[in-house]
Design a protein around this ligand. Structure first.
Ligand SMILES: Nc1ncnc2c1ncn2[C@@H]1O[C@H](COP(=O)(O)OP(=O)(O)OP(=O)(O)O)[C@@H](O)[C@H]1O
Ligand SMILES: [Mg+2]
Ligand SMILES: [Zn+2]
Length: 716
């Protein structure tokens, strides 16, 4: 049975294997057991009912609270060739009637309905006459008042189930795992002795970072600049901040949208659609945004302010990387964020008891922003997971190998300036004084007579700003909460001035990423956008980012080759395979890349001949690449082309950089790999190969060292 499921997984969804928990869930449902599935956001819950739905006689009824998602899910299913439909309040009575009739005659494998439908007698009685074999209750926590989005109509579900002549298998699916909610789901939905499938909450493809004391706008500008063409969400705590950030970006090159609850429905839908359809890359939003967004290719989620608690944070950050591709979740912390959240709690109409709970949760969130141990461990422990590794190697704490700098002297200068200026000025004015500015206000207020005037004139404004923020974040200074905040001293300031403590700082920098030549990827994205427009489907439903990346790397030119790529099922390949292959073929022709034909190998004469007569000037490293693919050694290529061996090697590394398939292991003597790696880690080489070579046996050449460097560049 499970083999059959795997075939369906490949045929329809183009996936080669089940994810953690999915197989167990599918087995359980197929053995007719009620099943309760708890997996994190983006964990892949939908497949747990979609696959069984294909194997059961009768209909799978999916109860889903989000109308906007229903259409999305149904579109996705239809697009891979699975007949499904939805019934909710967006349809006219006539349309509902038609769909119910089609359901009755067995046209659909799955029907999505909103819970409110089940309150209607008429609707239920139509369903009672059909053969429903599975009921999947999605977002099952909605049945519990202890969850975060209670929906009264979920309480009707168990009555409805009891009315059915043949009791179907009942599935409940959620990402909320607290004990209270679990109990409610089992009791209130009336699950019978359910199999519980609980996977860990870790999302290993997400990199978590907390960034403290930076100029937030500048940080985001730079980040966005380095991630052009990638989709991202920026969450702010307030509408005002969302608007201000939106205005800031509107003047720039980047295509950006705005979303908050103060906008009209129409404006919001427009912004949301533009984001889903990849018409804009960046959306700046309050927490009103995101419910009902299934967009799988969100590459980063940046929190411009700290959110109110870890639950909210993990849910919002978790909207990144649903397709399993590497993505980033960055939280920009500043002390003022705590004030904002406290204000929200105070102003809410919660009872005093509940307010106390909210304060506790907020404190945990603040702790997260200040912890010096692994962020992922912190999150998972918060959600009740035990026995975790000390380091995840994919968070800003674990990956932090910046040098710590002693900034005590700079701190003393800034603090004493605040002191001399009688704690009366804001940050900019303090920086002006330290820089020795000749501005009108400085002169008017006689600030140029202070002893701290101009004592940091050689530092960049940016640096002073960064250090001042850091001092505030760590409590060495504080900023008042007024409209024009003023810098004030704290008890810790005095310790610094008296030389009783030293102040250290790690300079934050945006990580350089290994940008490969993405020309083909861009072409494929254009094609995806065209298909998306033509079919009225969001681009990520047409192809996942990960699928396009794999295509760009493997360059399949025939439909059969496409089928080996993750996310390419039969239906999709049938629909779009031809166009995709054509884009690849055109690209290869334009670049002079020859198809990799493992057998029989082309001989070098043919290849050299080809280039002699090819019209276009082909880049030298590509010629090398094609010879390499024909099975020639680097030495042979060097002799053949009359180029030095090191030039040829550089060609190969360049190809690797650009994403061509180069097996670096070919260049590394196996029995030395570990030794080289150790030497790289041990020696302070600053990229100089010589320093590494010196500590290694003489038979190890530069190529091998270089290849190891490339191979492990993104590790550790
Ligand atoms: N076995 C698999 N292999 C590869 N990708 C998968 C697999 N299963 C699911 N996915 C992909 O993972 C993404 C998330 O799946 P899904 O929408 O089912 O998540 P979910 O658990 O329902 O999340 P949420 O709690 O946000 O509703 C989808 O883009 C889906 O295509
Ligand atoms: Mg889901
Ligand atoms: Zn970590």
């Amino acid at each position: 049975m499970i083999e059959q499921c795997q075939l369906l997984l490949k045929k329809y969804f183009g996936f080669c294997e089940f994810r953690k928990g999915q197989e167990k869930a599918v087995r359980s449902v197929l053995s007719k057991k009620d099943t309760f599935i708890i997996m994190p956001t983006g964990g892949g819950k939908s497949l747990c009912y979609q696959i069984p739905a294909l194997l059961q006689e009768g209909i799978t009824l999916v109860i889903s609270p989000l109308i906007s998602l229903m259409k999305d899910q149904v579109d996705s299913l239809n697009n891979v060739g699975i007949p499904a439909t939805f019934i909710n309040s967006t349809l006219s009575p006539g349309e509902i009637d038609e769909r119910l009739y089609r359901a009755y005659i067995g046209e659909y494998r799955l029907i999505y309905v909103s819970p409110e439908r089940l309150e209607s007698q008429g609707f239920c009685s139509r369903l009672l006459g059909m053969h429903v074999s599975i009921i999947a209750v999605d977002e099952a926590h909605c049945v519990s008042q202890w969850g975060h989005d209670f929906r009264p109509s979920y309480r009707f579900i168990s009555d409805f189930i009891n009315k059915l002549e043949r009791r179907p298998v009942v599935m409940a699916l959620t990402a909320t795992a607290t004990e209270r909610v679990k109990k409610d789901v089992i009791n209130l939905l009336g699950l019978r002795n359910p199999e519980i499938v609980l996977t860990g909450f870790d999302r290993s493809n997400l990199k978590f970072s907390v960034v403290n004391g930076v100029d937030k706008k500048g940080y985001i500008s730079k980040f966005v600049d380095e991630h052009k063409g990638e989709a991202g969400i920026i969450y702010t705590a307030t509408r005002r901040e969302a608007e201000s950030l939106y205005n800031y970006f509107s003047g720039k090159e980047i295509k950006v949208g705005l979303y908050h609850a103060g906008m009209s429905d129409e404006e919001r839908n427009k912004a949301q659609d533009a984001f889903i359809y990849d018409d804009i890359d960046l959306i700046i939003a309050t927490n009103a945004f995101g419910m009902g967004i299934d967009k799988s290719n969100v590459r980063f989620v940046i929190h411009y302010n700290m959110p109110k608690n870890m639950e909210a944070y993990y849910q919002e950050a978790g909207r990144a990387g649903r397709d399993g591709e590497e993505s980033e979740c960055i939280l920009l912390f500043s002390p003022g964020d705590v004030q904002t959240q406290k204000y929200f709690i105070d102003a809410s109409n919660l009872s005093e008891d509940l307010k106390a709970i909210e304060y506790q949760k907020l404190q945990k969130m603040v702790d997260y922003c200040h912890t010096s141990s692994c962020l992922r461990k912190f999150i998972l422990e918060y959600f009740g997971e035990e026995s975790l590794e000390e380091k995840c190697n994919n968070c800003s704490i674990c990956c932090d190998n910046r040098q710590i700098q002693d900034i005590t002297i700079e701190a003393q200068k800034i603090i004493s300036c605040v002191y001399r200026a009688k704690e009366r000025y804001g940050k900019n004015m303090i920086i002006d004084i330290l820089k020795g500015s000749k501005g009108k206000k400085i002169i008017e207020n006689k600030l140029h007579e202070l002893s701290t005037y101009g004592i940091m004139s050689t530092e960049k404004r940016e640096t002073i700003n960064l250090i001042t923020n850091k001092l505030c974040a760590d409590g060495y200074l504080k900023m008042t909460e007024e409209q024009y905040p003023v810098l004030k001293l704290t008890p810790k300031s005095i310790d610094v001035l008296k030389n009783q403590v030293k102040v250290y700082m790690k300079i934050d920098k945006i990580e350089e990423r290994n940008l490969t030549d993405n020309e083909l990827l861009e072409l494929l994205k254009n094609l995806r956008k065209n298909i998306s427009n033509r079919e009225g489907l969001p681009p990520y439903i047409v192809f996942h980012d990960s699928t396009l990346k794999e295509i760009a790397k493997k360059m399949p030119t025939r439909k059969e080759d496409l089928l080996t790529i993750k996310g390419c099922g039969e239906k999709k390949v049938g629909l779009y395979g031809h166009e995709v292959c054509q884009v690849v073929i055109n690209y290869m022709e334009a670049k002079g890349i020859r198809e990799k034909n493992d057998s029989p190998k082309e001989n070098k004469e043919e290849i050299m001949e080809f280039y002699k007569f090819s019209e276009e000037k082909v880049k030298s490293h590509i010629i090398t690449f094609n010879l390499y693919n024909s099975g020639m050694s680097l030495k042979e290529i060097s002799a053949e082309r009359g180029l030095s061996l090191s030039t040829i090697e550089n060609h190969i590394f360049q190809c690797y950089e650009e994403g061509f398939k180069v097996n670096l292991d070919d260049l590394i003597p196996k029995n030395y790999e570990n030794e080289i790696l150790e030497a790289i880690e041990k020696v302070e080489h600053n990229g100089k190969l010589r320093a590494i070579k010196e500590v290694l046996p003489s038979e190890i050449g530069y190529t091998a060292i270089k290849a190891v460097l490339y191979k492990y560049r993104n590790v550790g």
